[in-house]
Design a protein around this ligand. Structure first.
Ligand code: SF4
Ligand code: SF4
Length: 422
């Protein structure tokens, strides 16, 4: 069915432009009201969520004619889903799903981006979205972790591609492992046998590559008898929890982000953050932990034809309000000496870090511009540090800070938890 199944949604777009901003009813000031990096950067309606739907509807009606400009619009989008959340404040229609299907259609028609092709070639060759810098499990050397593919464990910690291979981010994997060790969790890793979750391939439009990764991951998990997967990467969280479920591959596997797990461990008294951290922070909601981490809602029924389609039974729309928002905030508030000041665009209205949708590969300049905009917002809170919960965000913010010379510090939440428990 692909894009065709969203014909009615795309035709419903009334070009109101709500998808470009925080909904009017929620706006609290004049700055930081934009939610869509693409329209904010390129300032032409086609680059908005609504604009992309208008193009999709026109293509279905008049036939697919690819131009360089059209592909520029398609690939300069972080697939961050902010457009859909703002649209769905008032409207019942899918926004991100048709944008996603449009990309999948472009890839199927061979209209790909060379930088994304290169990333996918690496995935096919090495099972990773970033070039290997050694063996995948090297980050764990000396930590004495269990091999979940050989030993019985309750929890599998999936480190993810960037955290496993990027020498500047391997500290996040080590911090996560130390937190789980400290809490006495019976966990293991897949080490060199770990492969990419496939989530970024899906965002880039390479659905078959995503499905291959998902099936291989679920086969490993089933064979090892794993019941719970924990990840500290928002990309991995969305893939395992939401996308695998969307394609009915997840079964009853429990998927937790490390912030959810740590929140639970603190509440159960299994983890006691006692050491003073002493830092004023603001928190960035990663798109794929927040609005796009909202559970998938399966709908089955009839689409009743008419002037406007009707779903029977009524369809429940995902509005981004059920993402993982409280657990990371609970954790930050439980760390001695940490004070949290919120930015304007938070939770389902959070501004993307810029790295999503393959933009960090296809248009690094646009990705960095997007990250700089978030740094500017974080600085406006007066906090000393910007805390995130995803290695892709940390990398994007680190690069933006190097470029701007900002005095803001950037941490992943696991770094602060590690500091408070060690
Ligand atoms: S996608 Fe939604 S919010 Fe955007 S222009 Fe269309 S109807 Fe309005
Ligand atoms: S997914 Fe994000 S970048 Fe793409 S159109 Fe929607 S809000 Fe803009």
């Amino acid at each position: 069915m692909g894009l065709e199944q969203y014909k009615g949604d795309m035709e419903m777009c009334c070009r109101c432009s709500t998808c470009k901003f925080i909904p009017m009813q929620r706006v609290s000031g004049h700055d930081f009201v934009n939610v869509c990096p693409s329209i904010s950067r390129f300032n032409f309606h086609s680059y908005s969520g609504g604009g992309r739907l208008n193009i999709g509807a026109a293509m279905l009606r008049d036939g697919f004619q690819y131009t360089d400009r059209l592909l520029d619009i398609v690939y300069n989008c972080q697939m961050c889903g902010a457009c859909g959340v703002s649209c769905n404040y008032a409207m019942d229609m899918e926004v991100l799903e048709p944008i996603q299907e449009f990309r999948i259609r472009c890839v199927a028609d061979g209209k790909t981006h060379p930088a994304l092709d290169k990333a996918i070639a690496g995935l096919r060759a090495h099972g990773s979205m970033v070039p290997p810098t050694g063996k995948r499990g090297d980050w764990a050397i000396g930590l004495g972790l269990k091999d979940a593919t050989r030993e019985k464990v309750d929890v599998l910690y999936h480190a993810g591609c960037l955290t496993s291979y990027d020498p500047s981010l391997q500290k996040l994997a080590r911090a996560t492992a130390k937190i789980l060790q400290k809490a006495g969790v019976n966990f293991g890793i897949a080490g060199d046998a770990e492969i990419c979750c496939g989530g970024r391939a899906y965002q880039m439009g390479y659905q078959e590559d995503f499905l291959r990764q998902a099936r291989e991951n679920m086969a490993l998990i089933k064979q090892a008898g794993i019941k719970t997967v924990v990840t500290a990467c928002a990309e991995g969280y969305q893939a395992f929890k939401v996308l695998y479920d969307k394609f009915k591959l997840r079964g009853d596997l429990e998927v937790l982000h490390i912030s959810e797990f740590v929140d639970r461990l603190i509440q159960e008294g299994r983890l006691k953050p006692r050491k003073k951290v002493g830092l004023s922070v603001t928190y960035h909601d990663p798109c794929r932990l927040g609005r796009l981490g909202e559970p998938w809602v399966h709908w089955e029924g009839k689409k009743v034809p008419g002037d406007r389609f009707v779903f029977d039974p009524p369809k429940t729309y995902r509005r981004g309000t059920h993402g993982v928002y409280d657990p990371p905030r609970n954790v930050l508030k439980s760390l001695p000496g940490v004070t949290l000041t919120e930015m304007t665009r938070i939770k389902e209205y959070a501004w993307c870090c810029g790295a999503g949708g393959g933009v960090s590969e296809s248009n690094p300049e646009f990705a960095q511009w997007t990250a700089r905009e978030r740094i500017r917002e974080a600085e406006s809170t007066g906090a000393e540090a910007l805390v995130t919960a995803c290695s892709w965000c940390e990398k994007a913010f680190d690069e933006a800070i190097r470029e701007t010379g900002s005095a803001l510090k950037v941490y992943d939440i696991v770094e602060l938890v590690e500091a408070a428990i060690s």
